[in-house]
Ligand binder design. Structure first.
Ligand SMILES: [Ca+2]
Ligand SMILES: [Ca+2]
Length: 209
């Protein structure tokens, strides 16, 4: 009997847990129309006019030409705790005349990365996604699929990073814009149930009116 009740309880919870809310974008200057210093850019990472639209500004990144593996990038960090789920996405572009190449040898690529840090600022886990490389289509902004990550035990901070990686001597520039970092918030069970009940009430009201 108890286990049956428990089962019902668990399946109700599982059902309600499917409901999630998405927070507003946590990033400062997500569209790169404001102060690029808010992104803590390093190496060859700049805010410049979009080559496809002079009225738009985007991040422009390229390699450092040091002759060994190097990274240009930009990032923002926020306080976070275990169990919080974050979602990140970004648009990317490379253009004819300054395109990234893909001959299979020492090719450059661009990632978005969500990194979790502990209170001592040590990296404890991360997820990342390739958002541009020499195989990406040219001359059109690419709307990359969002990725999610959940903060592990010990999390004190989350960092959202955009990074251009150059293993050796390959050229080409990457453009990045409209970066989104949101928190995915599971709706409390009672709220989810309440909204189901309200929908039912609304349905009944419509029927009777
Ligand atoms: Ca922009
Ligand atoms: Ca190459």
């Amino acid at each position: 009997m108890f286990s049956k009740m428990l089962n019902i309880g668990v399946s109700l919870f599982a059902c309600a847990s499917l409901t999630t809310a998405i927070s507003a974008n946590l990033l400062a200057n997500p569209d790169i129309e404001g102060d690029y210093a808010l992104w803590g850019p390093w190496a060859n990472s700049f805010a410049e006019a979009d080559p496809l639209d002079e009225n738009n500004t985007a991040m422009k990144m390229f390699g450092n030409w040091s002759g060994s593996f190097n990274v240009s990038g930009a990032f923002q960090q926020f306080a976070a705790v275990e169990g919080q789920t974050f979602e990140m996405s970004a648009k990317t572009l490379h253009v004819t005349g300054d395109e990234m190449t893909a001959d299979g040898t020492e090719d450059n690529w661009v990632v978005m990365k969500l990194t979790f840090f502990d209170a001592a600022d040590a990296e404890i886990s991360f997820v990342e996604e390739n958002i541009l490389d020499g195989n990406s289509p040219l001359d059109a902004w690419i709307d990359n699929a969002p990725m999610q990550a959940t903060a592990p035990a010990g999390t004190a901070k989350v960092g959202a990073y955009i990074m251009y990686l150059q293993p050796m001597w390959d050229g080409g520039a990457a453009w990045i814009d409209d970066v989104v970092l949101t928190e995915v918030i599971p709706e409390p069970t009672s709220l989810a149930l309440l909204s189901i009940l309200s929908l039912g009430a609304l349905h009944r009201k419509r029927k009777t009116s």
